[in-house]
Design a binder for this molecule. Structure first.
Ligand code: HEM
Ligand SMILES: [Cu+2]
Length: 546
């Protein structure tokens, strides 16, 4: 089934704002919505990043001197919540998903354009509400996990606003997930089979299944938590007979899949970028698809590895350790496939490629510490220490954020018709890579030596290493400047990109840059081999290029 849009000069369309104003409107165009997600996410990233800066300033000295303890807790909570729910999840899913999926399936828009616009427009008000809660009796203080009894005993106003905001963001995520599943399964251009889709489609299909299955559980849990806070019910409140462990199970039933909601789309994006800049087909397409689906299934049954120190019985510890170890298998397969894609390729070391390679390196390190953490005897020692902080930042920043930057360098010419400056891009990469590793690698040592996470004060023996970590954070902050400068300069004065500057085969490149409202002037191209690079006589590819 294909959908046909009316020509763009219909009367209704004339009422829509044009130019940059359309990015502030309730636009139904998937490309506009994708860029709305991207820019909005980036603005929240700047806010979340400033909060991270405040945390690292506080930790330069062992005493709580830069801000009061309650404020530190609020800053920490806002930082985590913003980075996860307002930056990584909306950008790796909403921004690139909306921009690319209709192209990849050969459609002119998403399956439900209005739902799509609603999903985006839920984000700015929820984010603003979350941040402004700081000014009303203080923001939430119980961390991004909102564990009771802490979340029940800290000031209610901030916590309730936090819950409302996360509920709206969860709703946005579910709307997006439904839309992606429908678009990928139902709007494919005739003649295009599932196993011919670019890998990012599979990643988004897998992710959206996780979103739709697990986010409602988080929503239900947070609603019960809000009852405990405002109506003094006792679902999770131990002093009223409630059970805090039940909250942890429900929370992690969403939040372990959530880590894959942040990283599976990144896997998909990297799988698009590597073949193009190394001029080789994506290695192991079928194994990639099966490992994505394997991760989806296993990702739903490993949640209690976050709870080894919560009094979990031995059989549960055993089950969740083994299940977690299994999840490393499909993840490892993907890693080897990326390396094999690069192997012997004609690699261009441009900014997009550098950030993708940076992702591979960081992600492997984060994956290894993840497998280590899944071993109970090890986890019991480092749970709730900086080792865990190091682990997940290697995954969420070293993984997902590196891929976001890689994707911006790769698709900017399509978004704007202009090229980014490659030298500035490489410079951005080098500072980010050094800053990131300087900031987070030492935290493994801090954790192994017993520095607890989420506390503003620490033992003076940890001061030097914390200062090194803070220098790394400063470098990361500074690395944003060449990036922003590059974007502004290139939008205004960048070289013309042309339609297909990377000589890519995937369908978004087989149209003008930026693309017309209908995506292609004529019929959507039928791309049967999206990765037919370097194969001279690939018949299907040739046909699709005509
Ligand atoms: C795929 C991307 C991954 C992401 C985004 C991710 C993210 C996270 C996050 C955010 C936490 C901290 C949660 C908290 O606030 O307490 C965490 C902890 C943990 N992760 Fe990962 N992780 C990933 C992969 C893995 C892998 C592959 C494994 C094991 C094979 C793993 C095992 C663990 C364990 C066992 C913990 C709990 C540590 C503790 O609290 O004691 N993770 N991860
Ligand atoms: Cu987990």
């Amino acid at each position: 089934m294909t959908i046909s849009l009316k020509p763009s000069n219909s009367p209704q369309e004339k009422l829509q704002p044009t130019g940059w104003l359309k990015y502030l409107s309730f636009s139904l165009d998937h490309k506009v919505i994708g860029l709305q997600y991207l820019v909005c996410g980036f603005l929240f990233y700047l806010i979340g990043g400033s909060l991270a800066g405040a945390i690292r300033v506080e930790l330069i000295s062992p005493l709580s001197d830069f801000m009061p303890r309650e404020v530190y807790n609020q800053v920490l909570t806002l930082h985590g919540t913003i980075m996860i729910f307002l930056w990584i999840v909306p950008v790796v899913n909403g921004a690139f998903g909306n921009y690319l999926i209709p192209f990849y399936v050969g459609a002119r828009d998403m399956a439900f354009p209005r739902l799509n616009a609603v999903a985006f427009w839920l984000i700015p008000p929820s984010g603003l509400m979350l941040i402004t809660s700081y000014f009303i009796n203080g923001a939430a203080q119980s961390g991004w996990t909102a564990y009771p009894p802490l979340s029940i005993t800290t000031p209610a106003a901030g916590q309730i606003i936090w819950i409302l905001s996360v509920l709206l963001l969860g709703g946005s995520s579910i709307f997006g997930g439904i839309n992606f599943i429908a678009t990928i399964l139902k709007l494919r251009r005739p003649g295009l089979k599932l196993m011919q889709l670019p890998m990012y489609c599979w990643a988004m299909l897998g992710t959206s299944i996780l979103v739709v299955l697990s986010t409602p559980v988080l929503a239900g849990t947070l609603i019960l938590l809000s009852f405990d806070i405002v109506a003094h019910t006792g679902f999770f409140n131990p002093s009223l007979g409630g059970n805090v462990i039940v909250y942890q199970h429900l929370f992690w039933f969403y939040s372990h899949p959530a880590v894959y909601i942040m990283v599976l789309p990144a896997f998909g994006l990297v799988s698009e970028i590597l073949p193009i800049h190394s001029r080789k087909p994506l290695f192991g397409y079928t194994t990639m698809v099966f490992s994505i689906m394997g991760i989806v299934v296993l990702g739903l049954v490993v949640w209690a590895h976050h709870m080894f120190t919560s009094g979990t019985p031995p059989w549960m510890r055993l089950f969740f350790t083994i299940a977690t170890a299994f999840i490393a298998v499909p993840t490892g397969i993907k890693f080897f496939n990326w390396v094999a894609t690069l192997w012997g390729g004609k690699i261009s070391l441009n900014a997009a490629m550098l950030f993708s390679c940076g992702f591979i390196i960081n992600f492997v390190l984060g994956g290894i510490t993840g497998v280590a953490l899944a071993q109970v005897p090890f986890d019991v020692h480092v749970h709730d220490t900086y080792f865990v902080v190091a682990h997940f930042h290697y995954i969420v920043y070293g993984g997902s954020v590196f891929v976001i930057f890689s994707s911006i360098y790769h698709w900017f010419p399509k978004f704007t018709g202009k090229m980014l400056n490659e030298n500035l891009g490489r410079f951005h990469f080098i500072i980010t890579f050094i800053g990131f590793n300087l900031c987070f690698a030492p935290q493994h040592w801090l954790g192994l030596n017993g520095m607890p996470r989420r506390v503003a004060e620490y033992d003076p023996q940890f001061q030097l290493i914390n200062q090194i970590s803070s220098v790394g954070a400063l470098l990361m902050a500074l690395s944003t400047l060449p990036f922003l400068w590059n974007i502004l300069q290139s939008i205004l004065y960048g070289n013309e990109a042309g339609d297909n500057p990377w000589n890519a085969l995937t369908p978004e490149w087989l149209t003008s840059s930026p693309p017309p409202v209908e995506n292609w002037e004529g019929e959507a191209p039928l791309v049967l081999e999206p990765y037919g690079y370097g194969e001279k006589n690939s018949k299907n590819t040739q046909e699709s290029m005509k």
